[in-house]
Design a protein around this ligand. Sequence first.
Ligand SMILES: [Zn+2]
Length: 284
Amino acid sequence: MPQSWKLGQATITKIVEIEVPGRMTWIVPQATPEALLAERWLQPHFCTPVGKAILSIHSFVIELEGLCMVVDTCVGNDKPRDIAAWNLRQGTFLQDLTQAGFPPERVDRVMCTHLHVDHVGWNTRLVEGRWQPTFPNARYLFQARDLEHFLSADDAMHSQAVNDSVRPVLDAGLAQPVDSDHRVCDGVWLEPTPGHTPGHVSVHIRSDGHEAVITGDLMHHPVQAAHPDWASSADVDPDQALATRRGFIERYADTPTLILGTHFATPTAGRFVAEGDSHRFVVD
Ligand SMILES: [Zn+2]
């Protein structure tokens, strides 16, 4: 059974595509094994005893007020990618999603927190040699500024992902550009968290007084709660990303809001807790 959370009337379900321990310095250069081991609270969930970071690539499915929305669509299958573990994957994500009660036809919204390669993959799938939208009955919400930014991307990695995972959705007429504070329904809205990409957003969920927020890639690993200055090498605007990360942690620290980390390993959900002049991420 996939992991899920009840939040008032809302249900949030996590569908994992890839979850493995490994080196993290390619994405957060300061997160060396020694540096991770120095933060003992990261073990056992987010760091192995030898200092390997555990990261996850997963989607969240939000059910609330009749809405069935997939947030972020991972890497996808059959896609040529430069990263070996992501190249021409043949994973079971779609079967897992269906088995969890979400056949693609049931999904009525898809939201990408930003348009990086590991967040757009299952937007499309290969059918008879062509990239087709995976979710035929969904509107795909793309933040307008991110869409503009990535449609003009000229580096191979980003343009490849845009061409096979974003443009076919536009061509099929299923894309809806939205603002950073777009409200999807009464209890689900976007929260602007720019910097990692120009139009990066987080997703806020509220029901019966309970609140949760899906981070997106404003941070990649819980260690950044203690070290918000450890930037991601993929941050488009590092200064803005740092301000966003700090602001986000301070906004939610010591509040009941459940933090759902987009790349946080299982158990994925927890809360920011102040400790001295720093913070930790504490799981339930
Ligand atoms: Zn990512």
